[in-house]
Design a protein around this ligand. Sequence first.
Ligand code: NG6
Ligand code: CA
Length: 530
Amino acid sequence: MQKNTKFLKFFLFLILSLSLSSFIEASKKPNVILIYGDDVGYGDLGVLGAKKIPTPNLDKLAAQGLVFTDGHSPAATCSASRFTMLTGQLAHRKKIRILGISAPLSISLEDYTLAHVFQDAGYKTAVIGKWHLGLGSPGVKTDWNGIVKPGPLEIGFDYSFLLPNTNDRVPCVYLENHQVVNLDPNDPIYLSKKVDPRSTEYPNGRTHPEAMTYYPNSHGHNHSVINGIGRIGTMYGGTQALWNDETMADEFVIRTEMFITSHLKENKEQPFFLYFSSQDIHVPRVPHPRFRGKSELGYRGDAMVQLDWSTGAIMNILKNHGIDQNTMILFSSDNGPVYDDGYQDGTTVKTSREEVDNGHDGSGIYRGGKYQIYEGGTRVPFIVSWPEKIKPGFSDALVTQTDFIRSFAKMLNINLPQNAAPDSQNTIKAFLGEDPIGNTYMIEEAKGYALRHQNWKLIRMGTKGAKKNQQSTPIAAESAKYQLFNLENDVGEQRNVFTQYPEKAEVMIQILEEIFSGAGAYKVFQKLAL
Ligand code: NG6
Ligand code: CA
């Protein structure tokens, strides 16, 4: 009997201490902030080699965190990368490319998203900044004067403050949750030819190029001229609601401070997830005047200084609230760098492969940039900081934003629903600095597709690229469609070794084609690991 009581006591103690330890764990869940740059290249940060752009705040974040040297965006353009990052599905499955101004929400309401992972783990979730994932339902014209949905609130975010498309696209207004901010109902917004006569009309850049006083366009970007800048798409109305390009970074930081402060006031214990999506350094680059001339590279470099400032401001907000130690900050970008992307803003452009801006190479040592399947298209700055948990340093692990969803699910003990995130791997150990390898296999998307296997990289060119390289013999035809590089000794992707390693190429082609004909990368890669 006594023995039994003793056993019972021990058992109770065990249960109590176990539940206590899991309670402590639960209360220690870190806040997570994903600071996402737009078109920021690997070489645009001081810590990664930029000499002409001072980025002291990002360098400080890097010094307190883990800097990945082989970290990737899922794709080489915006919407595709963001779609994949939030859903763990490759963009080609839904044919997501650069979304147009009136695109409906590209993420299906049935999809399980990264924001859902955090919500299910008890987090409050928010997105502040550039969206570019579409809004509204397919086939239904979005009414910008009414309730704009579905959008982020319908796919796992509790709060949103958005630049709806991109800063070079209409509508040039902010959307808070379901509504345009500061809209005057007497000046309704239209993005179509059918216009309410009360709406204000903006000059058309094609017929009134003199209206484009901030920047002349270099290509595209000459429909509605707003704030002296030609935009993609035509907009009417909403004058009172127009954003100010120069204060956009300030606006997003102010909204971030408001979100964090009011959340902490409401519930100090509940962790939060914030997707902070900056417009910097996408065109039109319009840094606030206080950042002008702060880099040696004109508007593009100054916009990067502004993004660095935003990062520092967010770090300060955390510090002021005493939550900096248990907040994880991830910093990355949606695709690699681009110089001329539609405006004559003084960024120097050479069209050769050694494209550089006044001696500054935004891709660092990597080939290509935005839109391209070479490493410069997707190998982007990638920093993970969590002072309480992650040891600072550098990691050469192969990691991708595609894996955020399965990795955070693992970290927070969330079981993904069946069929969710079919292309996402769990690499949480790499993100936390506990695994130096990361992925053995990884996909990159642009016009073409690529498969990384360790340092090998097989590229299947987009149809245009393949056509350009068309050859007559079968093996030459294959090598026109595919390219193989060994990054181990050719990090700049200069020597296509497709014909030298036919067996290696064959194996990789099979894996790539299996995935691009429909199989989930998660399952395919799991099988290969066995
Ligand atoms: C392109 C635009 C470019 C940029 C890009 C989207 C033209 C000629 N080019 O179509 O300026 O807006 O779309 O960039 O219009 S992304 O980073 O959002 O993918
Ligand atoms: Ca982008």
